[in-house]
Design a protein around this ligand. Structure first.
Ligand SMILES: *Cc1c(COP(=O)(O)O)cnc(C)c1O
Length: 408
């Protein structure tokens, strides 16, 4: 018995199921078509190279890029590392200042911290507003003549908010600064265009968009301006010298196919998934009081809902929902004991961060599943609140902040 037979999967910001059409496209490249895409001397190599060329076109087309601007990587973590370290190392004579945001993915934050630790860069971490979006005037005011890179993600993986990346791109372009955006959560879900948004570097991950794990891409602008990167891995000089290593041909083909499907189906799918998200939200808010959406609702991924449930213990809530795959802003599901740094950064208190759930709705979720999840969450929150003296007091109108607690 696998988890999928007994559980509802609603954690599509953590990873997505490989679309069966993607799997089908990949299969030949594990068996008959096993050539090395770098082999120039025979048909096996040509066949593999042809497949990667097609995939490059599929990925490029989805984001309005040219095929040669796509560099294959092992995923968005590697793309984030290559983009940031690659720029810092290549442009070190020009400057060493990076501007990024507190709510970026760890692959961006920890890369920046590593560069700071080694004395290779100084980093400004912008604090987002309460709705999760950054303040563009603040961004402008942090730019110095040493700033070489602005790194701001498109869609946040926890709260789903969409940063105004076209505006950020314009600000970067006007100031002659390279703009990198981690689009692991947004490519294929909402429109992204590297020219319209003045994007110079962009990270993609296969497994966040119904492709396989362990494959990703970095878009690197080739002109107006041409962006240069120092390679972070030495080897055979693959991928225009920026990322050595024999290509994962099956993975590359899978990511290409995943992009093609998203290009064809994105508009309709976004509409459908947003409908499901709104259905879930409306049901929860119709039945429960003292619950809060984290992050802006308007500038948001269609498939993300992040809600805090006051007066319940996050741990107990998740325990009661064991047959539904969800993420929480609480410690018990992750390696660390801290509440989510993203929720903290947008001003959500520890209590409400610990009782937050992230609903990640995706391509394979049905309306029936939404209804089951809504019903189960409502039931579970009510059950826990019935046992909560705090909730009782709040309902009676006692202001909990003024209560003097008895310690002994
Ligand atoms: C998942 C994710 C990553 C990491 O991608 P991998 O392909 O798993 O390495 C980076 N950034 C964001 C925003 C993500 O959601």
């Amino acid at each position: 018995m696998t988890a999928s037979e007994e559980m509802i999967y609603m954690d599509n910001q953590a990873t997505t199921r490989v679309d069966p059409r993607v799997l089908e496209a990949m299969l030949p490249y594990f068996s008959e078509c096993y050539g090395n895409a770098a082999s120039r001397s025979h048909g096996f190599g040509w066949e593999a190279e042809e497949a990667t060329t097609k995939a490059r076109e599929q990925v490029a087309s989805l984001i309005g890029a040219k095929p040669k601007e796509i560099i294959w990587t092992s995923g968005a973590t590697e793309s984030d590392n290559l983009a940031i370290k690659g720029v810092v190392h290549f442009y070190k004579d020009k400057g060493n200042h990076i501007i990024t945001v507190e709510t970026e993915h760890k692959a961006v934050l920890d890369t920046c911290k590593a560069l700071e630790r080694r004395g290779e860069a100084t980093v400004t971490y912008l604090k987002p507003k309460k709705n999760g979006l950054i303040d563009l005037d603040e961004l402008r005011s942090e730019i110095t003549d040493k700033t070489i890179l602005i790194a701001v993600m498109h869609a946040n993986n926890e709260i789903g908010v969409l940063q105004p990346i076209a505006d950020i791109g314009r600000i970067a372009r006007e100031n002659g600064i390279i703009f990198f955006t981690d689009c692991a959560q947004s490519v294929g879900k909402v429109p992204v265009n590297v020219d319209e948004m003045c994007i110079d570097l962009l990270a993609i991950s296969g497994h966040k968009m119904y492709g396989p794990k362990g494959i990703g891409a970095l878009y690197v602008r080739s002109r107006n301006p041409r962006v240069r990167l120092t390679a972070e891995m030495d080897g055979g000089g693959h991928e225009r010298g920026m990322r050595s290593g024999t290509l994962n041909v099956a993975g590359v083909v899978g990511l290409g196919k995943a992009c093609e499907l998203c290009a064809q189906e994105m508009d309709e799918e976004a509409e459908r998934i947003k409908g499901l998200r709104e259905r879930l939200r409306e049901k929860l808010f119709a039945e429960l009081d003292s619950i809060y959406v984290n992050g802006d609702l308007e500038h948001r991924l269609p498939g993300n809902l992040n809600v805090s449930f006051a007066y319940v213990e996050g741990e107990s809530l998740l325990m009661g929902l064991k047959d539904i795959a969800l993420s929480s802003g609480s410690a018990c599901t992750s390696a660390s004991l801290e509440p989510s740094y993203v929720l903290k950064s947008i001003g959500v208190g520890d209590d409400l961060a610990h009782t937050s759930l992230r609903f990640g709705i995706g391509r394979f979720n049905s309306q029936e599943e939404i209804d089951v999840v809504a019903e189960r969450v409502i039931k579970e929150v009510r059950r826990l609140r019935e046992m909560s003296p705090l909730y009782e007091m709040a309902k009676e109108g006692i202001d909990l902040d003024t209560v003097e607690w008895q310690h002994d």
